[in-house]
Design a protein around this ligand. Structure first.
Ligand SMILES: [Zn+2]
Length: 530
């Protein structure tokens, strides 16, 4: 019963809770929970939904045509589940961008197929190009004069623009379920679980006795004006095994506007393939690259879309319990673990509640968010329209009607719930977790988190929560990579997550009071609004 220990320590850390939590026991409806579990495990559609999003619609990159097709399908699927779901637009967010074809090869000195993905927002090549490879080590260029020296050398060439990435054997398992000891530690102390060892992150050298290298944007701008035909970089990641062996991590960032220049053609390739070319060039061997990249820009539709479905409440229908997850994904894989998984769990949660005939007192509203990977744009815009002015934090009329928001991003089993600086929820969430202890949900984690759409709620003082999830292979393999695909998903984890989310949403919608808010809180040491 590790969670009791966690709660005891929680109480000890926050004398405040003794007063708040010592009152009546938080009610738990075991009869409804059994029906939720039976539906979520007996009639699950979560893998079918996740598989459709990942396999049929693919990357669902922010504001891309595949995103738009996927959200239309999800709206229809919600209808099939018994909901009148609405697509709500927001924006403008910028250009749509989609990889339509990418093919990169080394033709000489010997033939090699190269695993390659375009950098989001970059242009395609001018048809199929063939060029000699040149190595320009961007990390070692410290002045405009050094850069200028490359001008004649790069014209019409394929430029390998980063240093060789050192790869070493990886003796760690790539998948992980948290141990009870790890969960106990995180429930005791105010530390964030650090899934990715800080020392393992590849950081290009920024300073030395010779000074800082020029910014990459400056080097890219030079290479474009100097007439380079294509830039090539190795996949980002660690040098301790993750994101190599053909796994390529590609990150998009914020969309560009129609007025922005479209960046020059640029592909990210498997580090092993990248390194071989760079070593050949360093040996003085001539390397010939053939490449063709076709990019589709959507200049017409600059809006992006959230999808909203709800179960109307009864006597407290004007109050809201919200659940959600982001529907967009990065471009190289099919966004299965980030976040077809969470999107499917949200849709399945609503299906389960509808199927068991749940009649919540408060309205339960699910939202699948657009453009999370581009900066949480869908949830920020929603907050701005419904709850509080995003810039000033000034509340709108619905601000006081929201009870709570639960977010699900990623794919591992729910193992705990982050408290986000709110000690008042300890007795409530403890009671709600108990029926799911046997699915592995056992711990309250007293830390504040950042990094997904629940931030948008927390930023204006609304109670947004997310679950601590088993990493599985996220930080070693799937994180924004070409290997974020359906095969990584674990059905039992997603079924359990849907059951838990359904129960949390239902209990939040049924209790007499809304989820208590704290007046002021520290998020990662910083004072936030409210
Ligand atoms: Zn995500």
């Amino acid at each position: 019963m590790h969670y009791l220990k966690a709660i005891f320590v929680g109480l000890f850390s926050w004398p405040l809770i003794v007063a708040a939590g010592a009152s009546a026991q938080e009610p738990v409806d075991y009869e409804v929970i059994e029906r939720i579990k039976a539906e979520a495990f007996g009639n699950s559609q979560v893998m079918d939904v996740a598989g459709t999003l990942a396999d049929v619609y693919g990357p669902r990159f922010s504001n891309s045509p595949s995103y738009n097709r996927a959200i239309q399908w999800a709206q229809e699927k919600f209808e099939e589940f018994g909901f009148d779901a609405q697509i709500e637009s927001f924006g403008p967010v910028g250009l749509g961008w989609e990889n339509r074809y990418t093919s990169v090869h080394m033709l000489g000195p010997e033939y090699m197929t190269i695993i390659a993905y375009p950098v989001p927002w970059s242009r395609g090549t001018e048809g199929r190009i063939t060029g000699t490879a040149v190595f320009v080590n961007a990390a070692a260029i410290r002045s405009e004069a050094e850069l200028e020296a490359y001008r004649a050398e790069v014209r019409g060439k394929v430029v390998f623009v980063a240093p060789e990435r050192q790869l070493v054997p990886d003796f760690e398992p790539s998948g992980e379920r948290f141990t009870q000891a790890q969960l106990d530690d995180w429930s005791r102390f105010f530390v964030l679980p650090q899934s990715e060892p800080a020392t393992a992150v590849y950081v290009p050298p920024t300073t030395s006795s010779l000074g800082a290298p020029l910014p990459l944007e400056r080097i890219e701008a030079f290479l474009e004006t100097a007439g380079a035909s294509l830039l090539v970089s190795p996949g980002m990641g660690t040098n301790l095994g993750a994101f190599d062996k053909g796994t390529v991590r590609v990150v998009g960032g914020a969309p560009i506007s129609p007025a922005d220049p479209k960046p020059m053609p640029h592909v990210i390739v498997a580090p092993e393939h990248y390194n071989r070319v760079v070593r050949l060039l360093e040996r003085g061997v001539e390397v010939t690259i053939e490449a063709e990249v076709r990019i589709h820009y959507d200049e017409e539709d600059l809006q992006d879309y959230n999808l909203v479905a709800e179960i109307p409440g009864t006597d407290l229908a004007h109050e809201l319990v919200m659940i959600g997850g982001h529907f967009d994904a990065e471009s190289a894989g099919t966004g299965a673990t980030d976040n077809a998984s969470g999107s499917a769990v949200v849709m399945e949660t609503m299906r389960v509640l509808h199927s068991i005939g749940a009649q919540p007192r408060r309205t339960i509203r699910a939202v699948l968010w657009g453009s999370e990977e581009a900066g949480h744009l869908g949830s920020r815009s929603y907050i701005n329209n419904h709850f509080a002015n995003w810039e000033t934090g000034e509340p709108l009329p619905d601000y006081d009607n929201l009870s709570v928001y639960f977010n699900t991003d990623w794919y591992g089993r729910f193992r705990g719930i982050f408290l986000e600086g709110n000690p008042l929820v300890v007795p409530i969430f403890s009671a709600w977790m108990k029926p799911f202890n046997n699915l592995g949900l056992t711990h309250l984690i007293p830390v504040n988190t950042r990094g997904t759409d629940s931030d948008s709620f927390n930023a204006v003082g609304l109670p947004g929560f997310k679950f601590l999830q088993d990493d599985l292979e996220y930080f070693t393999t799937t994180w924004h990579s070409n290997m974020d695909v359906y095969d990584r998903l674990v059905a039992e984890d997603l079924m359990g997550n849907a059951a838990i989310l359904a129960s949390f949403a239902y209990h939040a919608a049924m209790r007499d009071e809304k989820i208590p808010r704290v007046e002021e809180r520290l998020i990662n040491g910083r004072r936030w609004l409210k």
